[in-house]
Design a protein around this ligand. Structure first.
Ligand code: UD1
Ligand code: CA
Length: 465
């Protein structure tokens, strides 16, 4: 049995009031249409055709070569949209799932259950329906005396009685592929919106004597169709709960799941604890036994097992095992921390590799550097890697001690075992095991303090007279 899918993604989404095409709006860090395709692919569907129109190029850029495309030049309705797949799929035998690109919460389990019911009933069409307290905006499922589905009526075409129906069309269907295209050729745009409705196919198939089934989704949250930002916010909330619950089931402790924001593709190992206000974004992966947060934002970051990251922002960083990061650190792209590294408070690291057991405990900037293992970079020490035009590299060997408040002016090499005296401004390379001191020698003036004070007092007295 061949399984195909048609994903409707050609609409502009006027009600979003956005420069971005509707199906590209993100839910938990992933475009809605990508969520839909993930669901479709997990249901082992062999061919997927995405109908594109508004923002076709942008949608194709996001989805790439994993799917086929059909262009709907003018958006004349959902039925017209599906018709655009005819040249690609029209001659196939099998079942075709039609799903909207703006329903990101439909789950794979639900799609599979719908297909199973469809095959079991030998139906021409099976509609995924939901029972909603507030059905406004959705197409209504109209059933006959025998409770069988007769047709779908769009909200804008409903009579007052039809409006009171709470069973709605989620916009996901399973069709016998040939019957779908045969019925589509009969639809018209004779309705309140002047559009070719896909939903009219249901009434046509029923009238022709085919079996039309309905699969009522268990969790009505899956039904949400995102037409505006209010629905987008609701979809985000529901998806977040789903993602968080999955992590909890997999052994992750979320201290406050309602205030933990984890993107769809993030992975987290068991026995990791996430404190409130943390945001794990993009392709982030956190190991086991970690402590993340509170208020920590990890973007495209890899974190090894047993690491603690508190009140910190990271972007494109790799953090080793058993590291301590924060509070209040900033790890920028190209940061690679070995195992057992400590990055302390108010430290910024950029495009820098730091070896095992090294420490940058407080108030430092380290950029464009390669730092060996067992290095200590003292409080306030920085790399000066930028001359206003060029970025230069700093290389620091193993077991180096960089004293507090040192300025390392790149390009610079500091050999292993070297010792930089606190407060130095280092402009020349330092050989292995050398001590470098680059600061003014201290002068003490005996008893001079009282003289300074009386001079200052006199100045103040003169000015307040
Ligand atoms: C549609 C259904 C409605 C259902 C609801 C579920 C129809 C006529 N109505 O209504 O019964 O309850 O979804 O969310 O099908 N699109 C195109 N080309 C077009 C028009 C739309 O590709 O010409 C795409 C849109 O990008 C969108 C999807 O189809 O992803 C649904 O279109 P939309 O206008 O949002 O339909 P609804 O009014 O929500
Ligand atoms: Ca919609």
């Amino acid at each position: 049995m061949k399984k195909m899918a048609i994903v409707l993604a050609a609409g502009q989404g006027k009600r979003m009031k956005s420069k971005l095409y509707k199906v590209l709006h993100q839910v938990c860090g992933k475009p809605m249409v990508s969520h839909v395709l993930d669901t479709v692919h997990k249901a082992l569907i062999q061919r997927s055709v995405v109908i594109v129109g508004h923002g076709a190029e942008a949608v194709q850029r996001v989805l790439g070569q994993t799917v086929e495309y059909a262009l709907q030049e003018q958006q004349l309705g959902t039925g017209h949209a599906v018709m655009q797949a005819k040249s690609l799929l029209g001659d196939e035998d099998g079942v075709t799932i039609v799903i909207c690109g703006d329903t990101p919460l439909v789950s794979t389990a639900t799609v599979e259950a719908m297909i199973a019911l469809h095959l079991q009933q030998g139906a021409a069409a099976t509609i995924l329906t939901a029972q909603l307290d507030i059905p406004a905006g959705y197409g209504r499922i109209i059933r006959g005396a025998d409770h069988g589905v007769l047709r779908i009526v769009e909200h804008k075409d409903c009579t007052p009685t039809e409006l009171s129906v709470q069973e709605i069309n989620t916009g996901t269907y399973c069709f016998d592929n040939r019957k779908l295209f045969q019925a589509l050729s009969q639809i018209t745009n004779d309705n309140n919106q002047g559009e070719y409705y896909l939903t009219d196919v249901i009434g046509i198939l029923k009238q022709e004597g085919h079996t039309v089934a309905a699969y009522l989704v268990e969790d009505s949250g899956e039904a949400i169709g995102v037409n505006d930002r209010v629905a987008l916010g609701e979809a985000e909330r529901l998806m977040r709960l789903r993602i968080n619950k999955n992590h909890q089931i997999n052994g992750v402790t979320l201290i406050d799941a309602a205030n933990t924001y984890i993107d769809a593709d993030v992975t987290i190992g068991s026995d990791t604890i996430i404190y409130p206000g943390s945001i794990l974004r993009g392709q982030t992966s956190v190991g086991e036994d970690c402590i993340i947060g509170p208020a920590t934002e990890l973007l495209n970051t890899v974190v090894g097992n047993g690491t603690t990251i508190r009140q910190t922002v990271t972007d494109g960083a790799e953090v080793g095992e058993q590291c301590q990061v924060g509070p209040y650190a900033f790890l920028r792209p190209g940061t690679k921390l070995g195992n057992h590294v400590k990055i302390g408070d108010f430290v910024e690291i950029k495009n820098t590799v730091i070896g095992e057991n090294s420490k940058v405990p407080h108030l430092s900037y380290v950029g464009d550097a390669i730092v060996g293992s067992h290095v200590n970079i003292g409080c306030g020490a920085i790399t000066a890697n930028y001359d206003g035009y060029n970025k230069s590299k700093t290389e620091i060997g193993d077991n180096v001690f960089v004293g507090s408040n040192s300025n390392l002016i790149a390009p610079l090499k500091i050999g292993s075992g070297a010792y930089i005296v606190a407060g130095s401004t280092i402009t020349q390379d330092v050989a292995d095991n050398d001590v470098a001191i680059a600061r003014e020698r201290q002068v003490n003036k005996q008893g001079y303090a009282e003289k300074l004070r009386s001079r200052a007092r006199a100045k103040k007295d003169r000015e307040t007279e």
